[in-house]
Design a protein around this ligand. Sequence first.
Ligand SMILES: O=C(O)CCC(=O)C(=O)O
Ligand SMILES: [Fe+2]
Length: 257
Amino acid sequence: MSGSLVRLDLHPLADHGWRQRCREQLNQSGALVLRQFLKPQALEAIIEEGNAQRHLAYHTRSKHNVYLMKPDEAFSANHPRNRDVLSTKGCITDDLIAADSPLRQLYNDDLFQRFLCDVLGEDALYPYADPLSSINLHYAPHGQELGWHFDNSSFAITLLVQKPLAGGIFQYVKDLRDADAGEMNFAGVEAVLDERQPVNELEIDAGDLVLFRGRNSLHRVTPTEGEVTRMLAVLAYNTQPDIALSETARMTFYGKL
Ligand SMILES: O=C(O)CCC(=O)C(=O)O
Ligand SMILES: [Fe+2]
């Protein structure tokens, strides 16, 4: 199955040595970019599906702090703990992705999942128990952006489907906090928000697969510029079975349950 979707000549998913190099790269830099991951026909089909379903996208515009937590009144509104950044998102949910979509074939593919487990150091990966959250396709037309944040989950798997003419750049600062140790690093976060700290950028093209550890690495996507909408697929897995995204989160992100 993966052979019809994935450039296995460039990315030998079954090869143990290659998996190990991927794992080392991810652990060293916090991100792994597998360039030209998809075969051109598979990418074309996803672009077509994305364009056809685009009118169904749910758009939200929200302000949040980088920690994605409710404000803490012990700090001022401008303190890095509470400071608002803007995210403008539009996406379609798993129920709107076709049964025969290359995105779903890839998401469900055994070899792909075993490769991910090995690189991420997980025993198994499971789909979301709710009907909306496993595969999402995000749209960012001109002017839309994702503000600085830390993810709640320890890893994210994305596939850039369509690259905008300009902007829409993924920027990050690796290991800026230590969530498990309760270290928030307000000074470090403030330096990024105030643009006093240099940031890294991922150079990503359409068809590239990205594995990213975003729980402790602050990241954002700069505003898209120009006529071409940024389209990005998020392949979301859990490390435990039977986990659903909370109803509150589904209403916030998708506007439905
Ligand atoms: O759009 C991207 O490239 C990253 C998305 C992201 O950071 C997120 O959904 O948490
Ligand atoms: Fe994120």
